[in-house]
Write a protein that binds this ligand. Structure first.
Ligand SMILES: [Zn+2]
Length: 305
């Protein structure tokens, strides 16, 4: 049986097809299409037509707000408002389709085959062009009543501060998303971390200031949810120890509001750009009542790039 996982973003769409033993049998990435969901669905179906066996079900990890009750999707970066994209994809692929928010999909993948297997209290914070969040509470995803919760990027960390795309002011993501860092640094994220590893003092100061902003938001999240593990994903989150060591220090020394007792474990996401589509494969298997039993996690991880 084959399951398709499709990670739909504003720039690219990444698809992975997996069998019930977690073996990746097909992968591709195509450009996304803004504003015309039917055309995008046709492009995706066309891109999967090279895979000759029938697909049992498909799971979508979709940027934006995915309401799994009404099956409607709102996604600013795709110019979608109340789009019934799961139904559109069912027609295009001729198989059952379910969808979740892309960050929730990434957490699902990490909890099945990645850094938080077996963890029951996890906050996943995606640090990219915006900031997204997803939570596991007592082993189950927490989504809010209409599945559009966990919007940690719009938690206000600076009352009356910078204007945000949501219409508010002072939102966390204005201070801790990747462009907040690159604007301060004047170079891309990768270059920031390269220079910090090389010991460039000005860049170390810039990263330390950024981590201070990041930890204002993380402290709020840790206080409210008390996760045992915090997974940092997205372009910045995947930087590894150069970031994590600073986050641990800041959280331990400069966040007195956090209750006594052990800090959560801070880790980088492990699945990289594969997370959304792999999460989609697990979601697709769920539709069919199948539990994917991954036989070779190493082989799966080697499919990242
Ligand atoms: Zn906002």
């Amino acid at each position: 049986m084959f399951f398709a996982g499709i990670d739909i973003g504003g720039t690219t769409v990444k698809s992975t097809i997996m069998n019930e033993y977690g073996r990746i049998v097909y992968q591709n990435t195509i450009g996304s299409v803004k504003g015309d969901p039917c055309l995008l669905a046709d492009h995706i179906a066309g891109s999967l037509s090279g895979f000759r066996s029938p697909i049992a079900a498909a799971g979508l990890s979709c940027a934006g707000q995915v309401n799994r009750e009404t099956r409607l999707v709102n996604a600013g970066n795709l110019k979608w408002r109340d789009v019934p994209f799961m139904d559109i994809m069912e027609q295009a692929l001729r198989c059952p389709v379910d969808a979740d928010n892309d960050v929730a999909g990434a957490l699902y993948a990490e909890s099945q085959v990645g850094v938080c297997v077996g963890e029951r209290y996890v906050a996943y914070i995606s640090l990219g062009t915006g900031i997204g969040g997803a939570f596991l509470i007592d082993g189950r995803p927490y989504r809010g009543w209409d599945n559009t919760g966990a919007e940690v990027g719009h938690m206000i960390t600076h009352a009356g501060g910078l204007p945000c795309s949501c219409g508010g002011r002072g939102c966390f993501e204005q201070y801790a998303c990747s462009s907040a860092l690159t604007k301060r640094a004047g170079v891309p994220v990768r270059e920031v971390f390269r220079q910090v590893r090389a010991g460039v003092p000005e860049m170390i100061d810039i990263l330390d200031d950024y981590v201070h902003e990041l930890c204002i938001g993380l402290a709020g999240i840790v206080n409210v949810f008390r996760p045992r593990m915090v997974v940092l994903g997205g372009g910045i989150g995947s930087a590894g120890e150069v970031l994590l060591s600073r986050v641990r220090y800041e959280m331990t020394h400069n966040c007195p509001s956090i209750p006594e007792g052990p800090m959560p474990v801070f880790v980088s996401a492990s699945l990289g750009n594969l997370a959304g589509s792999v999460g989609g494969c697990f979601l697709a298997a769920e539709i069919m009542g199948v539990q994917i039993q991954v036989e070779d996690i190493g082989a799966l991880l080697r499919a990242r790039n």
